[in-house]
Write a protein that binds this ligand. Structure first.
Ligand SMILES: Nc1ncnc2c1ncn2[C@@H]1O[C@H](COP(=O)(O)OP(=O)(O)OP(=O)(O)O)[C@@H](O)[C@H]1O
Length: 420
């Protein structure tokens, strides 16, 4: 049985009735959280964030998260030339189940940045000089405004010196625009006011409703706002992820109802899978299948022709056929498969008869293959010799030796007539 420690509420400086998640050093272990330990005196409450001591000037509890208004306790803000001691934003975190949980975080995403440069920066309006911290060979500047501490604004001769969050007066200050290019005097005023830190303890588990969860998630996201294309795509993915996370986390009580977000999420990813993976894959397979089928027919004719080339008749290009027939000038006759033209093959001036086949474009070339494979192999004195052929896509021709006496049927027909 776990022993629950007794954690009484306490007063701390000007604050009364403070309880968990806050604690004070005298509380038994298990009361509040170590990051939220307050050090109390009669008039002041202080807190350590990232090893820096801050005076707490306000505590607010919005219901799902807390925020504190703090002022750096170690910086002499009333000296003539104050400078923050830290060169990174204050926040504290702890690791729970291998996941980092940020427990204290400045409410404002805007930082004021102090830079130390070895050369004077003249042509950059963002760089506001801090005369009291500069010397003959060291130039100190302060930068304010959105992204002022990002590397893109860092001049080559400069390095980071210190940084402090810009004041923020309420949780709604996510959209609060600080003064752009504020002078050092304004920055000192803001440092004297201090800044707010929030206690975003376990964003997800603290959220009671989907609305509250979404507000917290998007507030967290808005810190990483950027305008470049890749970041935009990543943000869309994160927004989508956050939405589903809130939806799944906000499931309460009723087991039957709690299945609904899972079903929607599964349907969504199934649709994404179909749209971007399965549909393009199906189209690709269809196209590949069609291409493969036509390729097989063409390959069959081509394979056969290559073999024929080795064995028998010569293969001619269509341009050769037009040269041999002098552009089909002398027509010898017309048969069932096409017209026959007289031609001459150079060198040697061998006379030939070229039969241009007028086949059906849908035929698979079977007749052509049969003709070339049978007649092409017959070498007999009584059979007209096939000397060559042409096949370029659907244009096909057969080149025979020329018979100066013409077709045999002419003589048979005449002979029949003379005998009768
Ligand atoms: N080798 C050849 N030499 C001279 N003339 C030819 C030769 N082959 C065909 N011819 C001429 O072309 C005409 C048509 O010949 P083709 O072989 O196309 O006709 P076909 O005998 O009806 O045959 P098919 O029905 O197979 O087309 C012939 O009547 C003949 O005058």
């Amino acid at each position: 049985q776990h022993h629950q420690p007794y954690c009484p509420s306490f007063s701390c400086g000007p604050f009364r009735n403070i309880s968990s998640p806050f604690r004070q050093a005298s509380d038994p272990p298990g009361c509040g959280y170590p990051s939220y330990e307050l050090v109390c005196s009669d008039t002041k409450a202080t807190i350590h964030i990232d090893n820096v001591t801050y005076h707490v000037s306000a505590i607010n509890d919005s219901g799902s998260y807390f925020w504190l208004w703090v002022v750096d306790a170690d910086m002499d803000l009333y000296s003539s030339c104050p400078l923050p001691r830290w060169n990174r934003p204050p926040y504290s975190f702890r690791v729970v189940n291998d996941e980092m949980e940020v427990e204290l975080d400045p409410l404002s995403r805007r930082q004021t940045c102090f830079l130390k440069c070895s050369r004077e920066v003249k042509d950059n309006g963002m760089y506001m000089p801090v005369a009291c911290l500069s010397s003959n060979d060291t130039y100190v500047y302060v930068l304010t405004g959105y992204g002022s501490c990002s590397m893109e604004y860092l001049e080559p001769s400069c390095g980071y010196l210190a940084m402090t969050p810009w004041p923020c007066h309420s949780p709604s200050c996510w959209d609060y625009e600080p003064l752009e290019n504020a002078s050092y005097v304004d920055v000192v005023k803001s440092m004297r006011i201090g800044f707010a830190v929030q206690f975003p303890f376990r964003y997800d588990r603290m959220s009671r409703s989907i609305k509250e969860c979404l507000i917290l998630q998007f507030r967290f996201l808005s810190r990483f706002y950027s305008e470049d294309a890749i970041s935009c795509v990543l943000q869309i993915i994160v927004v989508d992820g956050n939405f589903w996370r809130c939806l799944l986390d906000s499931r309460v009580g009723d087991d039957a109802l709690s299945v609904v977000p899972f079903v929607f999420l599964s349907v969504k990813w199934l649709a994404v899978l179909c749209r971007f993976v399965l549909a393009p894959l199906a189209v690709l397979i269809l196209l590949a299948h069609k291409y493969w089928k036509t390729r097989i027919t063409i390959d069959a004719v081509e394979k056969f022709l290559r073999m024929q080339q080795m064995l028998g008749p010569m293969r001619y290009a269509y341009t050769d056929i037009t040269t041999i027939t002098s552009h089909f000038r002398d027509k010898l006759g017309q048969g069932g498969y096409g017209s026959v033209f007289k031609g001459v093959i150079l060198p040697g001036k061998v006379h030939v008869a070229v039969k241009m086949l007028e086949g059906n474009p849908n035929c698979n070339g079977e007749d052509f293959i049969n003709e070339v494979s049978t007649i092409g192999r017959i070498h007999h004195v009584n059979v007209v010799r096939l000397m060559g052929f042409c096949s370029e896509e659907m244009r096909r021709a057969l080149v025979y030796e020329y018979m100066p006496q013409g077709s045999l049927d002419k003589y048979i027909f005449l002979a029949k007539k003379s005998f009768s």
